[in-house]
Design a protein around this ligand. Structure first.
Ligand code: PBG
Length: 323
């Protein structure tokens, strides 16, 4: 027996579907990652990530022209000669990221500038923290440098700093350092639940940050553990994070959803490089409809609890959504 009130979904008109639609993906949900290099007039395509380029700071104005997305996330890709064991070049206010922030604030002051705070693209060994004599990550020394980098970014005008190194206590150290230096309005978006994932491969090629030895399993989260990820994220909240992030996106939607139930902070989902290229390559092969798959994927991330989505598709997606 059917209940009398059963839904006749198969007969709903478009108007009735719109009335009950709970998730709407908009351009306002998107954050566009940008890879920045030194020099002038440089725009290099990235072999591992079709459609994504590394650009020099002077080309930012052209890059941002007509962009309708509210925020960008900046990554620096310094030359190999600038790298050392401690990633000191990240502290240079004349380096890559600080001038880029100043430039963006001049040409598009309303654009929210988020900066990646990590050592991996600045260290010769490619790890996200400093390595001690025994070849282990020196957590506390790393945290000190990360806080100093965050301060340099805040000084240049960053709205949000996004520590991605997964060092213990990094959020508290950054918050303390920012407050002590008067940057009380600079927010922290913590890569709180960042898993040791194989989906980062193309990014490491783009950012030239592949670890020279070992892997990132001693500081990034084990993909098998859900509770540990939630605990880490809640610790970051207690340390003063303004935003939490779950990364990668689609393979970790359960974590996103769990975290959504447990925090009142906004959450960003990072649809990472590996997820991006899987869609790109499948679309290039003519196997899927790129636009439909991207919109469905991002809508799913919102449904699972994301307030914002970091995606290499941000520009294309905003064009698709505005049409
Ligand atoms: C740096 C960092 C990584 C990504 C963002 N920040 C790489 C890593 O942790 O190895 C990956 C992003 C992506 O794959 O799109 N710590």
């Amino acid at each position: 027996m059917f209940p009398k009130t059963r839904m006749r979904r198969n007969r709903l008109t478009e108007g009735r579907r719109r009335l009950t639609c709970r998730i709407t993906l908009t351009t306002d949900d998107l954050i566009l990652p940008l890879f920045l290099v030194e020099g002038n007039g440089r725009k290099e395509s990235i072999e591992s990530m079709p459609g994504v380029c590394r650009i020099s700071v002077d080309l930012l104005e052209k890059e941002l022209e007509g962009l309708k997305i509210p925020a960008v996330l900046l990554f620096a890709v310094p030359e190999t000669c600038k790298k050392d064991n401690k990633g000191e070049a990240a502290l240079d206010s004349a380096g890559i990221v600080p001038p880029a922030i100043r430039q963006i604030k001049q040409i598009k002051p309303e654009l929210v500038v988020i900066t990646d705070v990590c050592l991996c693209s600045y260290t010769t060994h490619g790890h996200c923290g400093i390595i001690d004599e025994k070849g282990r990550i020196d957590n506390d020394a790393s945290v000190g440098i990360l806080a100093a980098i965050a301060k340099v970014h805040a000084q240049a005008g960053a709205d949000i700093v996004a520590p991605s190194a997964m060092m213990d206590g990094q959020v508290k150290a950054i918050r303390d350092c920012l407050d002590k230096n008067g940057f009380i309005d600079t927010a922290i978006m913590s890569y709180a639940a960042k898993f040791a994932s194989s989906f980062y491969g193309p990014f490491r090629d783009a950012a030239k940050s592949t670890p020279e030895f070992g892997d990132r399993k001693s500081y990034q989260l084990p993909p098998v553990n859900r509770r540990e990820a939630i605990r880490d994220a809640l610790l970051d909240e207690a340390e003063g994070a303004d935003w939490l992030m779950v990364k990668p996106g689609l393979p970790y939607m359960d974590i996103l959803n769990d975290l959504r139930q447990r925090t009142l902070l906004p959450i960003a989902a990072y649809h990472v490089s590996g997820e991006y290229i899987m869609i790109k390559h499948a679309a290039k092969a003519g196997s899927i409809d790129e636009k439909d798959v991207v919109i469905e994927s991002m809508t799913a991330l919102k449904r699972a609890g994301a307030d914002a989505i970091i995606t290499y598709y941000a520009r294309e997606l905003s064009e698709w959504l505005c049409r």
